[in-house]
Design a protein around this ligand. Sequence first.
Ligand code: 13P
Length: 289
Amino acid sequence: MALVSAKEMLQKAKAGHYAVGQFNINNLEWTKAILLTAEELKSPVILGVSEGAGKYMCGYKTIVGMVNGMLEELNITVPVALHLDHGSYAGAKACIEAGFSSIMFDGSSLPFDENVEKTKELVATCNELGMSIEAEVGSIGGEEDGVVGMGECADPKECKAIADLGVTMLAAGIGNIHGKYPENWAGLQFDVLDDIQKLTGDMPLVLHGGTGIPDEMIQKAINLGVSKINVNTDCQLVFAEATRKYIEEGKDLQGKGFDPRKLLAPGTEAIKAKVKERMEVFGSIGKAE
Ligand code: 13P
């Protein structure tokens, strides 16, 4: 199946009270592991690409080529969206041009009026091309690929104003943070989330910083209208751990254990297991059948 917009899968998720995972990709192994797991579990999936990861993977066109090739060669039949994560205005334009099926324009650090203006323009372009678009209000805490947010909570009225521009999905800061959560983290602000969902109605809400949020909080967030959950650090952690174990056990020194196809295999399998575990918690398994 060719790449799809995230619109239909997220509207279904919102109506069905589950969430679709956005798993960020970093290379071929990541992409293959996520696509194969989604196919095996018959789950819709969103592949997230940060601007930094985009540069690392030799640009958006390279990524589009790789992902489209895999969809065909791996016979992927479940819905897959290729989505720019925390895009700048220029990054959003570049991904539209390169053949992504979905973008996030993160104007949360801009003055609100400018966020509105640029989001509006990109909504029009995405509508024309049948692409989905995510906007953000209230920055997500922590740091991801050089994008640093202080973690303020979104103003529900601003969320409503951005939702009314016709975006497909809305990311709202509710105390969530990219990367590992600190010991003294106050948790998700469910009262703010509830206010946002009451004002934005059917709009699928997006929870960034999916790594390390306790499962019962994830469940509660889904009950309050979250339909897309972003996961990045979790896959990086399990990949690194499995790769370290392989090397510490001296397996790269045995036979042809240094062959990258062998060296990177435990990390790839670890990503598959993590994606499966998260999809179980998000409730998306079997939803692409
Ligand atoms: P984590 O790295 O905390 O899982 O967050 C991912 C994310 O929100 C991508 O936008």
